[in-house]
Structure formats: structure tokens, C-alpha cells
Design a protein around this ligand. Structure first.
Ligand code: UDP
Ligand code: MG
Length: 345
């Protein structure tokens, strides 16, 4: 156990599970998860984050809570996305360590035993490292690979290979993540950004137990852009170099044409080259404007300072967490989030 942290915290292990329409998975997941928790920790809490489910997910969670009082839930007022659901889970977790796991049984709960063992050895950021992605479609796999390649070359943070949300975080790492209140969230980057003593534990992704993936290609594209733009300003900077290169080319050709006119008289210039260069430059300018627009859109989202999420209902022994803004379940305004943002944790 990691000494001090464990002594003054109520629960030894919190398990955070984001759920969006996973009614059929909740029973089978708990049936596999709970015996493992009972075996490897002294006390646990399971926190489902209901990310605006429209099926019987909440019913299944209420049932689970009746059977096991350690099961609780924070239910959002609408779908805020998995990244935000995880942030909410971490806001509410009271454990000396917290595990984040998907609800669809793609992350084998048995791995938690090994995560806990590593944590007891002193690691504060123990991440599951997927060894194969055979469960994803070939297109998704190819695009994911491409994304990590690009992120690797332009990102300001290095992502460990195959690391995702399935991991254990010490209370200290959780506290660090709680201070990061950005809206355009890319958790994989944030886990790496906070640092702490980290280690990977390889695991094989299983096939989804029930239902289908909640990520469309559109959602994944948005997510990839969020990831790149929150961890790199290269897309903004690169235009300086492109602009410089184009200016040098333009200047050289200008000098050439001036020389040619002076020495050999005027010639009738071709319209084609003129049109091509004009449209090319217009394209480059629009593209760079688009990139700037993407960043401005993100700045706009951040400066609005809206709460990250809104809670509609709480089930079980779930504390108030550190929601910013209005907690609809109790119609109370919480201002604790403000302090957290300034780092007075
Ligand atoms: N999820 C969520 N909100 C979303 C999308 C997904 O809470 O907007 C949850 C989902 O219920 C699951 C986990 O995030 O527990 C992983 O989602 P999924 O299996 O659809 O993603 P994939 O495994 O395809 O990456
Ligand atoms: Mg899945």
C-alpha cells in the first residue's frame, strides 16, 4: 500500500466506469469485477458515470446498487462524451487509488489485480498496454496508427505505446488530473502529461460483450483533432515556414521576371501560371485560416468557462465531487471547482 495516501482515505480502491447505453453489460461486468476487487483490496467503491444513456442503464445500476451498496452512479443530464465522463469519475473517486475501465468487458477486470500489485510496489500511474487491436476494424486500426504517428512527431507530450484509459491512478495522480479542467479533453495525453512513476502492463483487448462501439468515425475524427490541438501548436506554427518558403519562391521569380523584362523586353505572360499561383495561394491562405479557426474555436469553448458536465442524479454513496457550476440533482451551486482550478486542492 502506498503509505500515507491509504491511511486517510475512506476507500482503498475506486473503480470508475463510463457508461453510455450499456444496460446489458452492467450485470456481466459486475459479476466478473466484484470478486476480483474482494480478492485484491480491503475496500472498494464502483462509480458508474452514466453519460446520458437512453436505454435501461440506470435501471441496471439501481438494481446493482440494491445488491451491493458499494456501487454508485453519477448520472449526467445529457451525453457529454467519454472523456468528460472519466473526468467526472475522477472528481468523485475517493479511493487511495482509482481504476478506470470500460463497461463493455473489452478491458479484462482480472488485470486489476496486477495493477494493484504494481501500485503497491510504488507506481502511481499503472496503465494497461494493449498488445493487439484485432477487435477494431482494419480502417480504424490504420487511422489510429496514423494518428499516433502524427502525434508522436508533433505532440509536445510522448504517449506510451498502446496505453489507453484502462489504468490505475494513485490518489496523487487523480488529484493532479482534477486540476486540469480543459473542455477539449484528450485524457490519453493528460495521463502522460501529469507524469508520476508510471509502468505499463500488457493486456489483450477482448471482444465487446454486448452492443456496439459508441464511437463513429466522425466522433473519432473530432477526438483526434482535439488530441492534436490540445497537445501541439505545430499546426499553427507551420504556416510561418510555409509562408516563408512561398515568399522566397515568389521573390526569386519576381527578380527573374524583372531581369527578363529589362534585358529581353516584355513578353506576353501566360494566364495559366497566373491563375494557378493565385488559386494556390488562396488555397494556402484559406487552409491556414481554417487551422487558426480551429484553435480559436477551442479558445472560445475554454473562455466560456461552462461547467465540464451537469449531474442529474446520484445513486449510492457518491459524494458531491468537485463539479463546477450547478448541480442539478440538489439544485445547489458549487463553487469548489473554482478553488480547484487555482490549485488549492
Ligand atoms: N462511452 C461513454 N460516452 C460516450 C461513448 C462511450 O461513456 O460518449 C463509454 C462506453 O459506454 C464504454 C466506454 O465508454 O463503457 C468505451 O466505449 P466504446 O466501447 O463504445 O468505445 P471503443 O471500445 O470502441 O473505443
Ligand atoms: Mg469498447
Amino acid at each position: 500500500m502506498t503509505g500515507d495516501a491509504a491511511q486517510d482515505v475512506r476507500t482503498e480502491l475506486s473503480v470508475v466506469i463510463p457508461v453510455l447505453n450499456e444496460a446489458e453489460n452492467i450485470g456481466p461486468l459486475l459479476a466478473r469485477l466484484v470478486p476480483i476487487l474482494m480478492r485484491c483490496v480491503t475496500s472498494y467503491e464502483i462509480i458508474f458515470i452514466d453519460d446520458g444513456s437512453t436505454d435501461d442503464t440506470m435501471l441496471a445500476i439501481h438494481r446493482a446498487n440494491m445488491a451491493d451498496r458499494n456501487v454508485g452512479c453519477v448520472s449526467f443530464s445529457r451525453n457529454f462524451g467519454k472523456e468528460v465522463a472519466i473526468a467526472a469519475g475522477l472528481d468523485h473517486a475517493s479511493g487511495a487509488a482509482t481504476v478506470i475501465i470500460d463497461a463493455d468487458l473489452q478491458h479484462p477486470p482480472e488485470m486489476i489485480e496486477e495493477f494493484v500489485a504494481r501500485w503497491r510496489e510504488g507506481y502511481k500511474n499503472v496503465y494497461g498496454q494493449r498488445v493487439d487491436r484485432s477487435d477494431d476494424s482494419p480502417l480504424r486500426r490504420a487511422l489510429t496508427q496514423r494518428f499516433y504517428k502524427i502525434f508522436g512527431s508533433v505532440g509536445e507530450t510522448t504517449l506510451p505505446e498502446g496505453a489507453g484509459d484502462f489504468r490505475l491512478l494513485d490518489a496523487q495522480a487523480v488529484a493532479a488530473l482534477r486540476t486540469l479542467r480543459e473542455r477539449a479533453r484528450f485524457n490519453k495525453g493528460l495521463y502522460a502529461w501529469i507524469g508520476f512513476k508510471s509502468i505499463g502492463v500488457p493486456f489483450e483487448v477482448e471482444t465487446r460483450a454486448h452492443g456496439v462501439s459508441k464511437f463513429s468515425y466522425r466522433k473519432l475524427t473530432r477526438f483526434a483533432l482535439d488530441g492534436l490541438m490540445s497537445f501541439s501548436t505545430l499546426p499553427l506554427m507551420v504556416w510561418t515556414y510555409i509562408g516563408t518558403a512561398i515568399s522566397i519562391v515568389a521573390l526569386t521569380t519576381a527578380i527573374y521576371f524583372v531581369g527578363e523584362t529589362l534585358f529581353f523586353g516584355t513578353d506576353v505572360p501566360g494566364f495559366a501560371s497566373l491563375i494557378v499561383s493565385v488559386t494556390f495561394l488562396a488555397g494556402v491562405q484559406l487552409l491556414s485560416l481554417g487551422v487558426i479557426g480551429e484553435y480559436i474555436g477551442r479558445i472560445f469553448a475554454e473562455v466560456k468557462r461552462r461547467p465540464l458536465y451537469l449531474v442529474q442524479e446520484r445513486v449510492g454513496p457518491i459524494g458531491q465531487g468537485i463539479d463546477e457550476g450547478l448541480d442539478i440533482s440538489t439544485a445547489q451551486t458549487l463553487i469548489i471547482g473554482q478553488d480547484i482550478r487555482r490549485g488549492h486542492v
